[in-house]
Design a protein around this ligand. Structure first.
Ligand code: NAD
Length: 349
């Protein structure tokens, strides 16, 4: 039975991934500071698994990835009971582009310092298998669409710079370690939706920064209207185009990447995870209105600094390497996301 440390495991993507890890027989330790999540997400994961031994298989630790002594102890405690950590899936971090522009040091500290601290503890304990949450933001404004992994890394905001710096850190580690590290860098496009039960979903603390939870909260009447940032982008309806991937497909991608690392030697993967299909902001609003039967009023405001017009993935490499393929549509994302919103009007609170 493999044991996986999941940093940020109580967050949006982390909680869905923990569920699938447990369903696939992994034991899970979540390390999360709850900066942007609620521990209740993990209670929901437990409820969905439902077995009586779940408390033995899923442990939750409140703590910060910048706390070396804490992470050191987490590894040590497991070694002492003969149940060492085999791999880490590293979600913990901050992710709002606009906040990163206003407060870049927070992004360098949590994302970059935090990852460096985590890797140091992993190194000490000889746990050298890691799946890392990177982002399509590292590409900035791409030269070619759809975006493949050979596209230049050229981030346009501090959040993207922090992700690119971590990618470089992982690459350096791999190059200089006689390749005893196994590393999967997963560049997500735009994760949305929620678990089909409506029990797990996105629960940002404070006002959401991402489009989908904003649409959902406007449809539910929690927010008055939506701001659409720019209607003069170079796209058919003038609004920005993104590649929206269902969070459960993304979670499946993590299990596929982890299984790849655990069964191959000398692995260094850098993979896009997206669907290859782009939707404009107006198309997402329209689909959400159709599914929810609610109006989503919006106003067009000026473009945000650091945004790009179109971001759509070429995920063929992930498909061939991992035998992974997203199966859920934008409609599925809206159906599941709306169910989550209806069942949890104020998230996990
Ligand atoms: N959601 C997206 O659109 C998206 C897209 C691309 C990449 N990513 C990356 O995926 C990862 C997960 O994103 P998410 O959408 O689940 O975000 P999230 O905010 O829901 O989850 C991140 C988790 O990390 C925790 N955390 C933050 N700082 C921490 C710290 N110092 N120590 C311990 N825990 C800490 C938060 O409390 C939260 O539970 C992030 O690294 C993010 O940058 C997200």
């Amino acid at each position: 039975m493999s044991v996986v440390l999941v940093t940020g495991g109580s967050g949006f993507i982390g909680s869905h991934t923990c569920l699938i890890l447990l369903e696939n027989g992994f034991d899970v330790i979540v390390l999360d500071s709850f900066l942007n999540s609620s521990p209740r997400s993990i209670d929901r994961v437990k409820a969905l698994i439902g077995n009586s031994d779940i408390n033995k298989r899923l442990t939750i630790i409140e703590g910060d990835i910048r706390d070396y002594n804490l992470i050191d102890k987490v590894f040590e405690n497991r070694e002492q009971i003969g149940n060492s950590i085999d791999a880490v899936i590293h979600f913990a971090g901050v992710k709002a582009i606009s906040e990163s522009i206003n407060n870049p040091l927070k992004y360098w500290d949590i994302n970059v310092n935090g990852t460096c601290t985590l890797l140091s503890a992993m190194n000490k304990h000889n746990c050298k298998t890691i799946v890392f949450s990177s982002s399509a933001t590292v590409y900035g404004s791409p030269q070619t669409l759809p975006i493949s992994e050979s596209e230049k890394v050229n981030p346009e905001n501090p959040y993207g710079h922090s992700k690119a710096a971590i990618e470089q850190m992982l690459s350096d580690l791999y190059q200089t370690s006689c390749s005893d590290w196994k590393i999967a860098i997963l560049r997500y496009f735009n994760p949305i939706g929620s678990h089909a039960s409506g029990l797990l979903g996105e629960h940002p603390i404070g006002k959401p920064a991402n489009l989908f939870p904003l649409i959902s909260q406007v449809a539910a009447g929690r927010l008055k209207s939506l701001k659409v940032f720019g209607a003069d982008w170079d796209s058919p309806d003038g609004t920005a185009i993104r590649d929206y991937i269902h969070v459960m497909d993304l979670a499946d991608g993590h299990i596929a990447a982890l299984n790849y690392l655990l069964t191959h030697e000398f692995s260094y993967l850098k993979l896009n995870l997206g669907t290859g299909k782009g939707y404009s902001v107006l198309e997402v609003i329209s689909e959400f209105e159709k599914i929810s039967g609610k109006r989503v009023p919006f106003e067009v405001v000026s473009k945000r600094k650091g945004d790009v017009a179109i971001s759509v993935a070429d995920s063929s490499l992930a498909k061939s390497k991992l035998n992974w393929c997203p199966t859920r549509s934008l409609t599925d994302c809206c159906v599941d996301g709306w169910k989550w919103q209806l069942l949890n009007p104020i998230g996990y609170s």
